[in-house]
Design a protein around this ligand. Structure first.
Ligand code: NAD
Length: 384
């Protein structure tokens, strides 16, 4: 099999996971890293054993050894990095969100299509074999027609006023915080497993922690490196808590909550789909299980076991039953399908891979929720 050169822009929390996951594919060489300065790029290159370091992304996307660019920079840089990569006809893998506005996201999506490059925005939970099993069961009608899709995505890493992230600054993270950062994952999962598009939303947003203390030097996500530095109080406008009602395209109802300030919840993403015959629930923190609820017989838990998964899904489970797989295994599954397309552009699209079109739609959804709240919590149609 031919080898593929990958270059990555911005190695922080997400970037380090991208590097690890592509290396597991076996035929991908991480050839270059770009950061905001040559010094920091060189530091990352040394830390991750990457041969080349660049002080800006233009230099990285111009490197002929880089065939696929991974964009794991803070949100406000996504569009510019994506456009630079597309301009050089590089395949492009952008972590979510595709851009900080739907209008920028649309431009990037159109440009990627016109350049005929492989384009993917990372909604990694799709890569979990139990998520694919859920999708398969719902598509086959094993729950009966769905009537309710519900769940939440709760975290606590921004609970204290001293917790700080670029995500809270609208010019860096986008106008939305919790909805854009984690609500987008829930919506992607809900639409992915049901095959239904969200058409309308009614959102209620709250900023619980209204004043935060911004350290003089920002640190990477989930790092406590900047916690003890001098800091300045800043007023926070973006939401850290939201409750949303959603309506899907065929009238199916749904609801979800997101919060980054809910003590005890680390990465508490769960989704449940209730159909006329059964319910099905997947919880990210117990991601090797699918709960199946019934009215007239005992509920069941399907433990991830290749032998028990549908044949179409089995390839995404790599260990025998009882050997737990995790978050980065799902990410690797997503990358495996992206790179299969890089190697052979004639392969059919994989459901695990969200395209830039889906990234654009995710931006539209978040904007509809913001508009719903701003209009006084009214039903708002998503403008795709
Ligand atoms: N799919 C997921 O579940 C998931 C999880 C975490 C983050 N993300 C996404 O990944 C992206 C990065 O988030 P993170 O949590 O890793 O942030 P982070 O702050 O930990 O890392 C961002 C990195 O980008 C670097 N950077 C800043 N400016 C740069 C520039 N001009 N050029 C190159 N590099 C630059 C920073 O130095 C830092 O190393 C975000 O868009 C976020 O939404 C996705």
């Amino acid at each position: 099999m031919r080898r593929v050169g990958m270059g990555i822009v911005g190695i922080g929390f997400a970037g380090s996971l991208h590097v690890e996951a592509v290396r597991r594919l076996g035929f991908v060489d991480v050839v270059a890293v770009a950061s905001s300065s040559l010094e920091s790029a060189q530091r990352k290159a040394d830390e991750y054993c990457i041969p080349k370091a660049y002080g800006n992304y233009d230099a990285l996307v111009s490197d002929p050894a880089v065939q696929v660019v991974h964009n794991t920079t803070p949100n406000h840089l996504h569009s510019a990095v994506n456009m630079a990569a597309i301009g050089r006809h590089k395949h492009i893998v952008c972590d979510k969100p595709l851009a900080i506005t739907s209008s920028d996201a649309r431009t990037v999506w159109r440009a990627a299509e016109a350049a005929e490059v492989v384009h993917a925005v990372i909604f990694n939970y799709r890569g979990n074999p139990c998520v694919q099993q859920a999708r398969h069961m719902i598509t086959r009608g094993e729950l009966g027609p769905p009537h309710f899709v519900h769940g939440e995505y709760l975290q606590d890493w921004l609970l204290d006023p001293t917790d700080y992230s670029w995500r809270l600054e609208p010019d860096k993270g986008g106008v939305s915080s919790a909805l854009g950062d984690i609500g987008s994952h829930w919506c992607d999962l809900a639409q992915h497993v049901t095959g239904l598009r969200i058409e309308s939303v009614l959102a209620d947003l709250t900023t619980v922690v209204k004043t935060r203390y911004r350290p003089t030097r920002t640190s990477e996500t989930f790092s406590s490196a900047a916690r003890d530095l001098p800091s300045q109080p800043v007023e926070i406008k973006s939401e850290d808590l939201a409750s949303v009602l959603v309506r899907f395209e065929n009238g199916v109802k749904g609801t979800f909550c997101v919060g980054q300030i809910c003590a005890g919840h680390k990465n508490g993403l769960w989704i449940e789909v209730s159909g006329r015959e059964r319910s099905l629930r997947w919880h990210q923190e117990q991601q090797n299980e699918l709960w199946l609820g019934s009215r007239h017989r005992a509920n069941e838990v399907l433990a991830r076991d290749p032998a028990l998964l549908d044949e179409s899904v089995r390839g995404y489970a790599h260990l025998p039953g009882g050997h737990q797989e995790g978050w980065n295994d799902a990410l690797t599954n997503v990358f495996r399908d992206i790179y299969a397309r890089v190697i052979d552009g004639s392969r059919p699209a994989s459901p695990l891979v969200a395209t830039f079109e889906e990234g654009y739609r995710a931006n539209c959804l978040v904007e509809a929720m913001l508009a719903s709240h701003a209009a006084g919590n009214v039903w708002t149609r998503v403008q795709y």
